[in-house]
Design a protein around this ligand. Structure first.
Ligand code: 26W
Length: 824
């Protein structure tokens, strides 16, 4: 890529020094002079100067954490969806102006250089992005914390649309190296799999040994992270797998060739690739190995660090550390800590259990049953035989407690057990152990308490918490929407980026003519930017004065992209057939972005459908200038940063009760989009914050959804089909040849709505909610044209989004669960 050079301004002294620094990196790191440097090298040189600055802070902050012996949080997560780091790191260091000036002097702009960084796409969706927002807020609040995850060589696949279909390409994010990480081979540990466990007596206690196990080396790579205008530096530790010895020579010489080769193979695959499933588990053995690898390496590190400071005073471990399990994926940390404390450190079961039950907290992020992790017992025993034994004992003790509380209730026993029906339940392993459990919004937590975790809730209510998710305002407005940020700074002063409640001060400007003009001009410019992006990438010309209606998130049936598409088809049909409607129709641009899990056929078919509908509508002269449908390829953090700034309408339309929280909803709200949504997840709280005039709520409520399935069944679906002609027309277009010449490509989508998969039609209430959805869209189109009132709604959304800062979320976690002290 070549970047056009621009003209110069005078630099301050500090900026001159920074410029020298950057040029120095070009000389010494890349062995080039400035004139020869490629844009990629300019990026690399900037990143290295930023890293130096963070490292200087790090050395100081590390010393403080050590000296104060403060309690630390370890946030274990299989996903950290960090995105790009250059611009946010510069922002957090409060050096945006300096870097902008110097880069301009060198003939570049900061945004164009920042764009050269590959996204760190080490996550699927909400859970991974939440972890990334959390680590930013933790650091900003000066709370000592480590994020722990795998150093996937390939992150979430790159999506390429070919002939309307999703295809998956490897995400080679490390191809130019990773400027942010520091390898720490001196802190490598060994992780062993499989083999046979045996026990023996030594020094008066029972010890455990292994035969035939396979061992892999875990090497940490640390990414230092600075908070916004904060003192401390935290880190994200990425564990990569390597051969234990380049080749296990001992085994090889002893004639055990297969073992030597297996170890090498295992090392080469373990941290190779992120599993691309979101809200769905496949129970693959390699995934189980990944889980054990991360968990064992992290716990060895945690206990080693603790031991170095506190010797064998294990009883105080819960005062010094807290380990957070981000969904059940790192649950093996629980039996692994039992193993290490008993087998390696010599503690007895009761002593170890007392510690373990005071160290772990767990967050649930989904109620979708296909996402609840269960491992086949046989596989689990084969991969981690010692943990299997420990879980058996945990289960035995658990069942005694359950029997005491629910005597003779066999159904409850099976439902609550760690071992049941040949499977091991990770959620129950957590629930049997942790001192705190939380849901990620109020509604979601209520559902946990009343439904999937009810039996555990009844046994111990106090440990359940509702902590609503949040997003870091540094990335999701300051960095991605600098013009709006400046406008807010100039209107209410600067403090709001750290004290987000102050944003409410904007409310009194909602109807202010001058403020409205400026606010609207920024939205318009952002829409133009996205229109340009779409033209460049999709070749589609969209009108920046049309309503930008955006649904961007993972593709899943419960998120109901399908309902959105059916509505678009119905609108299209009506424009063609109803002249009055066509004349009064206000132009709309529908924008989708979504990756589907590669094995989720129906989700992939919905992507094809969106593209086919786009093909049809975008090329039909009868609807020209009225509707455009755009599918943005390869949706991820960096594309989200553009789209959230340009949306007028944000689609948050999941079946009520299914979306645990949602965080995209908050990003759109913060940037002044108006939500059309169901009473689901955090939408409920957005409604409470922004008030009914500034959000469009429709559809069945969560209680109604359950009742509907039980009581009304499929007859209701038949009836809707028979009576709603617009909907029927849209559905028939799936199979009548308009969208595909062979008529049956989309048959599955039609069938699942109308007949259902296991006899239950319309599981996700697409048909049942359709009419209300259409009505609500019509209202939005009318309201949008009342410009003053609409802009006021948009401003109110930004103003009332302070509650959704992840700083607030982290403070709640800290007060209710972690109890860390900010570093002074
Ligand atoms: C094992 C396969 C798998 C992979 C990921 C199962 C489950 C998951 C995640 C828990 C799915 C996920 O990302 N859930 C989302 O978490 C967000 C952060 O709390 C919420 O805002 C979303 O509503 C929820 O869907």
């Amino acid at each position: 890529m070549t970047i056009e050079k621009k003209s110069k301004k005078k630099l301050t002294k500090a900026q001159e020094a920074l410029k020298k620094d950057i040029i120095g990196k070009i000389n010494r790191h890349f062995g080039k002079i400035l004139e020869e440097a490629t844009p990629q090298m300019i990026y690399g040189a900037c990143a290295l100067t930023v890293r130096d600055r963070i490292m200087e802070k790090w050395a100081a902050s590390h010393k403080e954490v050590k000296e104060e012996g403060s309690k630390k949080l370890y946030y274990l997560s299989f996903e950290f969806l960090m995105g790009r780091l250059l611009a946010t790191n510069i922002l957090n260091l409060m050096q945006t102006d300096d870097y902008e000036a110097v880069l301009e002097d060198l003939g570049y702009t900061l945004p164009e250089v920042a764009e050269l960084e590959n996204d760190a796409g080490l996550g699927n969706g909400g859970l991974g992005r939440l972890a990334a927002c959390f680590i930013d807020s933790l650091t900003t609040l000066d709370l000592p914390a480590y994020g722990c995850t795998l150093r996937y060589e390939y992150g979430l696949f790159r999506q390429k649309i070919v002939d309307g279909y999703q295809t998956e390409l490897p995400d080679t994010w490390l191809e130019h190296g990773n400027a942010w990480e520091v390898a720490r081979p001196e802190e490598a540990v060994k992780v062993s799999f499989g083999g046979e466990v045996y026990s023996y007596w030594e020094d008066g206690r029972m010890k455990v040994g292994y035969n035939n196990e396979r061992t892999v080396r875990a090497v940490p790579y640390d990414v230092p992270l600075c908070g916004y205008d904060s003192k401390i530096v935290n880190k994200l530790r990425l564990w990569g797998a390597q051969s234990a010895t380049e080749f296990n020579m001992a085994a090889f010489s002893a004639g055990d060739y297969s073992r030597a080769i297996e170890e090498k193979e295992l090392a080469s695959v373990i941290s190779k690739v992120l599993y691309p499933e979101d809200n769905h588990t496949e129970g693959k053995e390699l995934r189980l190995k990944q889980q054990y690898f991360l968990v064992s390496a992290t716990l060895q590190w945690i206990l080693n660090e603790f031991e170095m400071r506190n010797g064998d005073n294990w009883a105080i471990l819960p005062d010094k550390i807290v380990i957070h399990i981000n969904d059940t994926h790192p649950t093996m940390a629980i039996p692994e800590m039992m193993r290490l404390l008993m087998d390696e450190k010599g503690l007895g079961w009761d002593e170890a259990w007392e510690i373990v039950t005071h160290v772990f907290a767990y967050t649930n992020h989904t109620v979708m049953s296909e996402a609840l992790e269960k491992w086949p017992q046989d596989m689990f025993r084969r991969v981690v035989p010692r943990l299997y034994q420990i879980l058996e004992e945990m289960n035995r003790r658990l069942m005694e407690k359950v029997e005491a509380f629910y005597p003779g209730d066999k159904g409850k026993h099976d439902w609550m057990a760690i071992f049941a029906n040949g499977q091991i339940s990770m959620a129950n392993t957590c629930l049997a152990t942790v001192f705190a459990v939380n849901g990620v919004s109020k509604l979601h937590t209520d559902i946990l308490k009343a439904d999937i975790f009810k039996d555990y809730y009844m046994m111990d209510k106090d440990r359940f918490h509702a902590i609503t998710n949040g997003i870091t305002f540094r990335r999701w407005i300051a960095n991605c929407n600098p013009e709006l940020t400046k406008l807010i700074d100039n209107t209410i002063g600067k403090g709001w980026l750290k004290e987000s409640d102050k944003l409410a001060g904007l409310a009194k400007f909602a109807k202010d003519a001058d403020f409205q003009t400026k606010f609207d001009a920024i939205k318009r410019a952002n829409k133009q930017m996205v229109a340009d992006y779409i033209f460049e990438h999709n070749g589609i010309k969209v009108d920046p004065d049309s309503i930008f209606d955006v649904q961007c998130k993972r593709l899943h049936e419960y998120k109901r992209q399908m309902m959105n598409v059916l509505h678009i088809i119905a609108e299209y049909n009506r424009i063609i057939n109803d002249k009055g409607y066509a004349e009064s129709f206000y132009p709309k641009t529908y924008i989708f972005g979504a990756k589907a899990a590669p094995g989720y056929k129906r989700a992939k078919l919905i992507i094809k459908l969106i593209n086919s509908v786009g093909e049809l509508i975008n090329n039909d002269p009868r609807v020209e200038d009225k509707i455009k449908v755009v599918f943005v390829e390869n949706y991820g953090v960096s594309i989200a940063e553009k789209l959230v700034t340009a949306a007028d309408v944000s689609e948050q339309i999941s079946t009520a009760g299914k979306e645990a929280s949602g965080t995209g909803n908050m990003k759109f709200m913060l940037n002044g989009a108006v939500t059309i949504g169901t009473m689901d997840g955090a939408n409920v709280e957005m409604y409470e914050q922004v008030g009914e005039d500034n959000i469009y709520i429709f559809g069945l409520r969560s209680e109604e959804v359950d009742a509907r399935i039980k009581v009304m069944g499929n007859d209701e679906v038949k009836q809707i089909y028979a009576t709603n002609a617009a909907l029927r027309g849209a559905l028939e277009m799936l199979i009548n040849g308009t969208l595909d010449p062979d008529h049956n490509k989309f048959m599955d989508l039609y069938n699942t709505l109308i007949f259902g998969d296991y006899g239950q039609a319309d599981t996700y209430m697409v048909l049942r909610d359709f009419e209300d959805y259409v009505r609500t869209h019509e209202q939005i189109s009318r309201d949008y044209q009342d410009r003053k009132n609409w802009i006021a709604k948009q401003i109110m959304n930004t103003a009332m989004s302070g509650f959704f800062s992840s700083d607030r979320t982290i403070n709640e976690y800290n007060d209710k669960i972690w109890h860390l002290t900010p570093i002074k």
